[in-house]
Design a protein around this ligand. Structure first.
Ligand code: OGA
Ligand code: NI
Length: 346
């Protein structure tokens, strides 16, 4: 058994830490895309109120905007989503309390296998990461069966409420996206078996870092599911790749940051692409972010929707693979751009 890795929280709190230890130090890649300094570079905003309470005209305008956001950016913010701010705040607070548990208490939830329903740790996959990331995480499967760590007290109730409430939002967004692709009503729900679809909550903890320019919270990657919904504690750090640049995401308070995952790229036969993103760290403040990934059921074999494939003009770009197998591959390897998606590309 490997020795337990020190958490980044513990490392960051070591007295007198003034530099990043070599095991966490990245050599900047001279060929990396530059970070945009243009304030106008910002991900689109989707006003969700128009999907649920709008007229049919407003609804179809929204589906159009949603499709455009997926096509042009693959990342967008959702406002007027109806999820109570108090539930979002409560979960961020509860996750902060989880990471503040004693190290031996957190150890109870470490997990052994990458597909365990509850798993916490540091970096991404510390046994294969060459350089460690400035990040601790907690990952919990909350659907189709709800799981939760038993500590801190009250965590379970807050997680359950948030998970149920955001699931509805995510499925509505997926339905809108599915319609924007020209697929028949309910296609996504049926073909992806969303009734028993997997939903994973991943909480990220990025403490202050003495040399943020040489450490990385999370490296460039795409998400494995269909759709990811992200919230955070108001500290920025998320960057999204767009037209050869890294764009800082400065999200509207209380908005969800939504992005397309690899499996939506597969279903849409490449029409909508999963987008590379990463998390940077900073010298001053602890950043907490909570990503929820909504995916097909673990046993669904996902391949491009037949309606979006034409053998002559638009052949299938991906071969079918079980979501569970894909997930295991993604979680067992290094986090490396879109390498998993390339693995299923035709
Ligand atoms: C993730 C992720 C970004 C962030 O958890 O998959 O990309 O801002 N997080 O923490
Ligand atoms: Ni991500």
């Amino acid at each position: 058994k490997l020795p337990t890795m020190i958490s980044i929280k513990q490392l960051a709190e070591s007295p007198g830490l003034t530099s990043v230890p070599p095991t966490y130090t990245f050599t900047p890649n001279p060929n990396d895309h530059p970070v945009s300094d243009d304030q106008k570079d910002s991900i689109p905003v989707i006003d969700f109120a128009r999907l649920t309470s709008g007229t049919p005209d407003q609804r179809s305008k929204l589906v159009h905007d949603l499709g455009k956001a997926c096509q042009d950016w693959g990342f967008f913010m959702v406002i007027n989503h109806g999820v109570p701010e108090s539930q979002m705040k409560a979960l961020i607070k509860a996750c902060g309390e989880f990471f503040n548990l004693k190290e031996e208490e957190k150890q109870e939830f470490a997990g052994k296998h990458v597909l365990d329903s509850i798993r916490c740790g540091t970096s991404f996959n510390a046994s294969v990461d060459k350089v460690l990331f400035w990040r601790d995480f907690l990952k919990v499967f909350v659907h189709p069966k709800f799981h939760s760590p038993t500590k801190p007290s009250g965590f379970r109730e807050i997680l359950l409420e948030y998970s149920k409430r955001t699931r509805k939002l995510a499925l509505d967004l997926l339905e809108g996206i599915s319609v924007s692709l020209g697929l028949e009503d309910g296609y996504m729900e049926k073909a992806m078996n969303l009734e028993s679809g997997l939903q994973i909550l991943a909480a990220n903890f990025y403490p202050p870092c003495p040399e943020p320019e040489v450490a990385m919270g999370m490296p460039s990657h795409s998400d494995h599911g269909l759709l990811t919904l992200l919230i955070h504690n108001g500290i920025s750090g998320l960057q999204v790749q767009h037209k050869g640049k890294w764009i800082n995401v400065n999200s509207i308070p209380n908005a969800f940051v939504v992005n397309i995952g690899d499996h939506l790229e597969i279903v849409s036969n490449g029409r909508y692409k999963s987008i590379l993103h990463r998390a940077t760290v900073n010298e001053k403040a602890t950043r907490i972010s909570i990503a929820t990934v909504y995916g097909p059921s673990l046993d669904t074999v996902v391949s491009p929707a037949p309606e979006l494939v034409n053998l002559e003009t638009n052949p299938p770009a991906f071969k079918g693979m079980k979501y569970g197998e894909y997930l295991e591959m993604q979680q067992s390897n290094k986090l490396d751009g879109k390498s998993c998606l390339h693995h299923v590309a035709v």
